[in-house]
Design a protein around this ligand. Structure first.
Ligand code: N01
Length: 860
């Protein structure tokens, strides 16, 4: 019904797309009493399930979960016939939902949106369709799907083939009959892997052109999983709620078993159980660390490769089908029914495009570097321009006439994956930067629709007309999305998650990997905080509570949550002895840190008695001399010892290539100020005098420390300068204590909740130094003479009460003419940078620290 209209139709909202998200959005907008038009280029409802009709198309989330949950009545009236329903059944379900909810009257089919423009004075969108229609609306909502824009076949000669051409994502409604034909399938992602076994049943000859082998596990399709059915029958609401607050949108028990430390028996048992279960979130949950730890990932990946080798008889073909170029899970794994078995059929051939790339599609078939193949039909299962393709294609231009394509030229930029700056009242359902494709889509769709509906209801109640994210909020969210991805193995793969499958597409991790639960929490908080990070306007109204919803590194937040759940008593409520005992216990559970060449313990003659030390020599020839770094551990002059900072010392040694000597200075309250600082200075003097015995290059000596250890390291530098020796090449101060003043803003902002609290810092000072001594430069080096000190690398952490004094020390050193490298540990706490092997996001910071340490010394 493409009727040209001279007067534009007017609606409160236009929704593009009539799949799972568009249908539910329409339902919710109607409930709000808004006038709505839904447009879809398809001939019926269904979205992705309308188009993807290829043989074998099914969902890969159990249908008990891949279903609307917003209406219990709707749920009661529909029963899925299988664990993984076929495309026709899912399409039928969406038709049923549309009819049952009476949605069809507001949907127009076979209409493609060609452009949309924001009219700032009118505060409305004008939408143009391929039929020449103009529609005006206040709210423009993209329910266009994440995998809806087919990737154009980027193969030489693609238009020349004279036989039948099929695209899995645009399959003909009448189906395809391959009986007696010679068929090519290009692509071995989910669409290829699902369709190949069925095409093989018909074709006379099937040739599969594989560029990248993919991980796939058997779906074991059949009746719906009994355990899920039971839980649903017991308490449907509880089950659905568990899904909403789960990581992936399907309730599972996340394991805490680590691949690296599990026994062989446990590894095998967990893997086999997941293989038998045949669920994506099961095989992704064999080990807690398989998504972040290469070694744990390799265990699962190798077990899948073993399975492939056991299924496929020809060892050469089996090997070609074994994925080896990406970590398991970093490309979407597949669920299959008899996929690998298909390659044992005599009429099925695998062509490994890594060995013989396609040169061209010809009129008759396909020509590779080695062979010419004749075909009657070619099936392209080559994937999608995922997540951004359909959004960009709709050609929306926002406030300043800038199109989405232009704005996203370097990659998508969104706030919460829901909106983007410059595009008022423009909503994206499951847009880039939201969990979407990494989750059970139906759960994520319902969450987005509910959030948008809640937002519009709020605007209506408050008499507001426009909403748009701020640049600050959007930049903060983009950063958080990338931070979440960076601690995983995902960015290492050439996946469509990374935009890597489309030539020229910017390489950015597109979905949000922090979890459905964490994401829902963030969205809820944004709304609860008066739409934090959004600007809302209306007649006589312009309100904006600007800010960033998530600034902390995701793994740091996890550690804090874990510690809060563990219910450790605040250290400042304990005696020094009990606090030391508690820390010793927690240290035992840590990963050990990297291997180094050699670790030896010894003693240093101190000002009053011996001081224990531990020496770390880098791997490599043991006879060569190296620069020497004297390291002082953290612990507020009260806690800590040679073990407490052992992983960090290993890390510093491995990264810098220097010999690191960790010194256990005397502690308070047994021995108070200035003992710790004097011990540190004595250690430095001794190291200088004994450099060669320690394996150090004479004259190449630096100091380093964390927290109170950085305090004594800084003081040692001042004492050495005052005593005219020894020469210190550099000082590395990680989150240093340099002042006893607790009035700086970082104390107000971060004084509670981030492990090092104001109360704990006070407890440390009280144990260490009398109030009268706390201004002494040997306690508070910020008050000392800073001229002529060694160059410095100072690390400060965003969520550290000591952040601002660290910055103050850096500025003061600079003002005194000392070169300073200030490293800001973005999103970190006082302790997290030092958590080697636990907080992955600390690794880039430590890499920079290691580099700074190396730079203190002349190049070897
Ligand atoms: O697409 P894909 P898909 N020459 O991009 C190859 C969802 N889905 O449609 O990996 C030769 O995964 C390409 O090779 P390479 C699901 O989320 C779900 O299969 O780029 N080959 C790859 O093998 C899925 O992940 C279901 O080296 C070329 C394949 O084509 C997503 O949709 C079912 C090529 C494309 O794989 C996309 O799946 C179907 C070229 N020029 C889809 N270009 C369910 O089960 C591409 N390839 C619910």
């Amino acid at each position: 019904m493409n009727k040209p209209a001279s007067v534009p139709e007017q609606f409160d909202a236009v929704v593009v797309g009539a799949g799972f998200s568009g249908l539910y959005m329409l339902y919710r907008l109607r409930q709000l009493g808004l006038s709505v038009k839904v447009l879809d280029s398809a001939g019926d409802v269904g979205g992705t399930w309308y188009w993807n009709r290829y043989p074998g198309a099914r969902c890969d989330i159990p249908t008990t979960d891949y279903t609307y949950s917003f209406d219990p009545e709707l749920e009661k009236e529909w029963t899925w016939s299988e664990k993984y329903a076929t495309q026709p059944e899912i399409l039928e379900y969406l038709r049923f939902a549309a009819d049952r909810l009476g949605l069809r009257p507001d949907i127009e089919f076979s209409v493609t949106v060609t452009s949309a423009r924001w009219d700032e004075p009118e505060k409305r969108w004008t939408i143009t369709t391929d039929g020449g229609q103009e529609i005006r609306c206040r709210y423009y909502i993209m329910a266009t799907g994440c995998l809806s824009m087919p990737k154009s076949p980027d193969i030489e000669g693609a238009g020349r083939f004279a036989g039948r051409v099929y695209l899995t994502s645009r399959w003909p409604h009448e189906g395809a009959d391959f009986t007696g034909q010679r068929v090519a399938v290009i692509g071995t992602g989910s669409s290829g892997i699902q369709s190949i076994p069925l095409i093989a049943r018909q074709a006379r000859r099937l040739t599969v052109f594989q560029r990248t082998p993919n991980f796939s596990i058997p779906a074991h399709n059949g009746p719906a999983p009994a355990d899920r059915l039971e839980r649903l029958a017991e308490d449907r609401d509880e089950y659905r709620d568990a899904a909403r607050w789960s990581r992936g949108g399907v309730p599972i028990d996340p394991t805490d078993i680590l691949g690296g430390t599990a026994s062989e028996a446990v590894r095998r048992e967990r893997f086999e159980a997941a293989w038998e279960q045949g669920e994506l979130f099961g095989i992704l949950n064999v080990f807690a660390d398989q998504g972040v730890n290469p070694a744990a990932n390799d265990i699962v990946a190798e077990m899948i490769r073993e399975k492939i080798r056991s299924i496929v008889t020809d060892p050469g073909i089996a090997e070609a089908l074994c994925p080896k170029d990406h970590y398991f899970g970093t490309k979407r794994p597949c669920l299959d029914t008899g996929y690998f078995e298909t390659y044992d059929l005599p009429h099925v051939q695998l062509v490994d495009l890594r060995k013989q790339p396609i040169v061209s599609i010809t009129e008759e078939g396909i020509e590779t570097a080695d062979e010419s193949f004749g075909f009657d039909a070619i099936v392209y299962a080559t994937g999608f321009d995922a997540m951004t393709g359909a959004l960009v294609a709709a050609d929306a231009a926002g406030r300043d006439g800038v199109s989405l394509k232009e704005k996203w030229a370097a990659g998508p930029s969104t706030y919460l994956g829901l909106m983007t700056t410059g595009f008022p009242n423009f909503f994206m359902l499951t847009g880039p930067g939201s969990p979407s494709v990494l989750s059970n889509m139906t759960v994520s769709i319902e969450q987005h629709v509910d959030w948008v509906a809640g937002c519009l209801e709020n605007m209506r109640d408050e008499g507001l007309e426009t909403i748009e994210p701020t640049a600050l909020a959007e930049a903060g969210w983009n950063q958080h999305v990338q931070d979440c991805a960076a601690i995983t193995l995902h960015p290492t793969a050439n996946s469509w998650y990374m935009g890597a499958n489309v030539p020229g597409k910017p390489r950015v991790f597109l979905p949000y990997i922090g979890g459905v639960n964490a994401y829902r929490q963030a969205c809820d908080e944004v709304a609860a905080q008066g739409y934090l990070g959004f600007r809302l306007t209306g007649p006589g109204e312009d309100r904006c509570r600007d800010g960033v919803i998530r600034r902390m590194q995701p793994d740091v937040a996890m550690v804090l949550e874990f510690m809060a759940a563990a219910g450790m008593p605040p250290l400042e409520t304990l005696s020094a002895a009990d606090a030391r005992a508690l820390l010793a216990v927690t240290a035992e559970a840590r990963p050990p840190g990297p291997e180094v060449g050699e670790v030896t313990d010894g003693v240093i003659p101190g000002p009053s008695g011996h001081l224990p030390y531990r020496l770390y020599r880098p791997a490599g020839p043991s006879e060569g001399l190296r620069p020497l770094v004297m390291y002082f551990h953290g612990g507020g002059w009260v806690l800590g010892n040679l073990d407490s900072d052992d992983p960090l010392c290993r890390d510093l040694c491995a990264r810098s290539g220097a010999v690191v000597v960790s010194v256990n200075y005397r502690h308070a309250p047994e021995v108070r100020f200035p003992a710790a600082a004097l011990d540190a200075f004595a250690a430095v003097q001794w190291a200088d005098a004994n450099a060669i015995e320690l394996g150090g290059i004479p004259g190449q000596l630096a100091v380093a420390g964390w927290s109170a250890g950085a305090n004594v390291a800084a003081v040692a530098c001042q004492l050495a300068r005052g005593a005219e020796g020894p020469h210190i090449s550099g000082q590395l101060l990680v989150c240093p204590v340099v002042d006893s003043d607790m009035t700086r803003p970082s104390y107000t902002e971060n004084g509670d909740g981030y492990i090092l609290t104001t109360a704990l810092m006070r407890w440390f000072w009280d144990h260490y130094a009398d109030p009268a001594d706390r201004g002494d430069p040997r306690a508070a080096p910020l008050h000392g003479n800073l001229e002529g000190l060694p160059e410095a690398c100072i690390v400060t952490a965003d969520f550290d009460p000591l952040r601002d004094e660290g910055v103050a020390y850096a500025r003061a050193l600079e003002a005194a003419g000392v070169p300073v490298r200030l490293v800001r540990a973005r999103g970190h706490t006082h302790t997290s940078v030092t958590m080697v092997g636990v907080v992955i996001s600390g690794a880039p910071v430590r890499a920079e620290i290691g580099e700074a340490l190396g730079d203190f010394f002349p190049a070897p």
